[in-house]
Design a protein around this ligand. Structure first.
Ligand code: GLU
Length: 324
């Protein structure tokens, strides 16, 4: 019966073109980040099939991970992009989700690595994390995944606390402007590279990117399954010629368990069927493999619609449980 109802919902959704399109919204991030163009790239591929699917996708600019998960939970968004640390915390009821786990949160696929990036003005003289003391530093807006990751970092570093720093919580798009105007001396951004946001800063003032690889960071990366080491390549930002070591997470496309499997299947298939083209849509994903889309999260969170697309692609063993 359940299956039959699912099938009926599916036909109403996908076959009745004369009823108009079903609109889908993906929550992203600030327009100069990488979530925003990523949402755009996914929608572009999905919209290519709109005559067959009746699905029309568009993006919304938001504060980032936390805000996307909250809106998804309320049913205000259909999909959202979020950091893998925030996805983990939400599902398990940790961090900002303490006492109210988001247990119907589901993963569509993981996309690309994001690295915590500490951008400072060259003239600030800041050379390492401990030297942030007394300086004006933006940690990210409330609702961003960025500010959550920075709070976790400060808790892990001995001899450094957020109260040692003059903290601002500007939006990601405001940080480069504040840096240029001298209102802040640096900012953190958990983002894929290259990001327009950092390009904007690098071309407006002399910048440095501070390595985040101290023993305190190493302990954090070792302890938390969702963190991984990474390198911000040299030469992608003006004045930053050498690679910089840091750590980070995966950017993950998520939805709610109540999203119809057929919709999630179509979206996933649109990306898998056009994967070489997708990879060229932003340099942050140029080295991706299809297998990478299944890394950085617990596979038990995979939405059944996405599972079906990955199984058909031969990337996952058939579980026998997939709803079709
Ligand atoms: N990772 C950031 C956040 O959730 C957003 C990065 C982006 O927009 O590319 O706060």
């Amino acid at each position: 019966m359940k299956k039959l109802l699912g099938g009926m919902a599916f036909s109403a959704l996908l076959i009745t073109g004369s009823w108009g399109y079903r609109f889908l919204i993906i929550g992203t991030g600030g327009v100069t980040g990488v979530y925003y163009p990523t949402g755009g790239a996914i929608c572009k591929l999905l919209n290519r099939y709109k005559r067959e699917t009746n699905l029309k996708c568009s993006v919304e600019s938001t504060e980032g991970s936390l805000s996307n998960l909250r809106e998804l939970k309320k049913g205000e968004l259909d999909f959202g992009i979020a950091q893998s640390d925030i996805v983990f915390q939400a599902y398990h009821g940790k961090g900002e989700f303490k006492g109210h786990p988001y247990s119907s949160l589901r993963v569509v696929f993981s996309i690309y690595p994001e690295l915590l990036t500490l951008v400072v003005r060259k003239d600030s003289g800041i050379k390492n994390l401990l030297q942030l003391k007394g300086h004006k530093i933006n940690i990210g807006a409330p609702g961003s995944g960025n500010s959550e990751a920075v709070k976790t970092l400060f808790q892990a570093i001995p001899n450094l606390s957020l109260s040692d720093v003059k903290v601002t919580q500007l939006k990601s798009t405001e940080a480069p402007v504040a840096l240029r105007e001298g209102k802040i001396e640096g900012y953190f951004y958990m983002v894929g590279h290259p990001a327009d946001n950092i390009r904007e800063s690098a071309s407006a003032v002399g910048i440095k990117i501070i390595p985040l690889d101290s023993p305190g960071v190493a302990k954090l990366v070792k302890e938390r399954s969702y963190y991984e080491w990474g390198t911000i390549p040299g030469g992608i930002y003006k004045g930053v010629d050498k690679p910089v070591k840091s750590y980070g997470v995966k950017a993950i496309l998520v939805t709610d368990a109540k999203m119809e499997p057929e919709v999630v299947y179509r979206l996933t298939k649109a990306v898998l069927d056009n994967f070489e083209e997708f990879k060229k849509m932003h340099p942050a994903y140029r080295h991706l493999t299809k297998q990478d889309l299944l890394k950085g999260f617990d596979l038990k969170l995979l939405h059944p619609g996405a599972r079906r697309a990955f199984e058909e692609e031969g990337l996952l063993e058939k579980s026998g449980k997939t709803e079709k």
